[in-house]
Design a protein. Structure first.
Ligand SMILES: NC(=O)c1ccc[n+]([C@@H]2O[C@H](COP(=O)([O-])OP(=O)(O)OC[C@H]3O[C@@H](n4cnc5c(N)ncnc54)[C@H](OP(=O)(O)O)[C@@H]3O)[C@@H](O)[C@H]2O)c1
Length: 301
């Protein structure tokens, strides 16, 4: 059996760096570090990760798809395409059994929201989700983190970042969600296979380096009596008595806590979660997709 040929495009970025570290620590494989700026596919890859902005991912997919076994795209470029599976292995990893040639890894906020909600949905059926996110600067990539830490221009945010809290982006009109909120809504519905699920979300930037938090209110069809036990038993989650981004950073698991019954509805729950958006929200999720696929196709390599 030969070693799989693996490349990461966008290897200099925050997500690309995390992916390289995961491969270095958890596999014996060597990885080609590729730059999107000088991209020329002179070799065939079994797995090609795209940790690049969406327009760049789109271009690379059209250039690389013929010569690549499987492309795992971390950008939003292909998430809305109904023919492209949008995968969180713990939730819908079974879709990988068809060995898709192009896979999208979801938005980081959607992933951290879904990890606790999907197992509860299976049992109690979600009727409605209302959530607010508290998103870290590194969610906006290397430039976002630099701006929080060093207040360096060019500014990529609409407001001063340090010591401040502000809406993720301006909505296109007063009645609309902003782009990040639209991504969370669309991707949550796609992954749960519930195209009309009512979801209301407000995405907010907070002066945190790493790890997104979410305050979640969720209403089910039935009273979620065993919710704590289900969360305890679900993979990718870890109970914490007081989750914070600092406790969640550099951890594989999404931390959950402060679970309580909704005081207005016996079928409702309040939950607080924190998850490292560079890991489970991005690089780790893509790595787990690779891990599952590579064990499926081991015999073919
Ligand atoms: N950050 C997160 O928490 C997170 C979570 C989930 C998904 N994602 C997605 O993952 C992707 C990478 O995000 P990131 O946070 O790693 O961003 P980043 O730190 O800004 O890195 C972006 C990477 O793309 C390259 N790049 C940027 N602009 C380019 C251009 N015009 N032409 C060619 N290459 C270009 C950069 O290369 P240079 O070094 O040469 O500039 C760098 O390697 C994005 O699509 C993002 O939406 C990010």
């Amino acid at each position: 059996m030969r070693e799989p040929a693996i490349g990461v495009v966008g290897a200099t970025g925050l997500v690309g760096q995390e992916l390289l570290e995961l491969f270095e620590k958890r596999t014996p494989f060597t990885i080609d570090k590729l730059s999107a700026r000088t991209f020329a596919l002179d070799k065939s890859y079994d797995f090609l990760f795209l940790a690049t902005p969406s327009p760049i991912s789109k271009e690379i997919v059209s250039l690389a798809k013929e010569k690549t076994g499987c492309i795992i795209d971390l950008s939003s470029a292909h998430r809305n395409d109904p023919t492209v599976p949008l995968i969180i292995p713990e939730i819908n990893g079974y879709l990988l059994e068809k060995n898709p040639a192009l896979i999208a890894s979801p938005n980081c906020t959607a992933t951290i929201l879904l990890l606790p909600l999907a197992p509860l949905h299976r049992l109690y059926t979600i009727k409605k989700i209302i959530a607010s996110s508290y998103q870290a600067a590194s969610g906006a990539g290397a430039l976002g983190l630099k701006e929080l830490l060093h207040n360096e221009p060019p500014s990529i945010f609409p407001h001063p970042y340090a010591y401040n809290v502000f809406l993720h982006e301006s909505p296109r009109s007063q009645d609309n969600f902003c782009e990040e909120e639209e991504k969370v809504i669309f991707e949550t519905r796609k992954i749960l296979e519930e195209p009309r699920l009512p979801i209301n979300i407000r995405c907010v930037r907070v002066p945190v380096e790493r790890a997104h938090s979410l305050s979640i209110n969720v209403i089910f069809e039935r009273p979620p009596k065993e919710a704590a036990r289900i969360l305890e038993e679900s993979s990718g989650l870890l109970y914490h008595p007081s989750p914070t981004p600092r406790y969640a950073e550099k951890r594989d698991e999404v931390l959950w806590g402060s679970l309580r019954q909704d005081s207005t509805d016996p079928c409702g729950l309040d939950l607080w979660v924190c998850g490292d958006q560079l890991l489970k929200g991005a690089a780790l999720n893509a790595f787990q997709i690779f891990d599952k696929l590579s064990s499926q196709i081991k015999t073919c390599l």
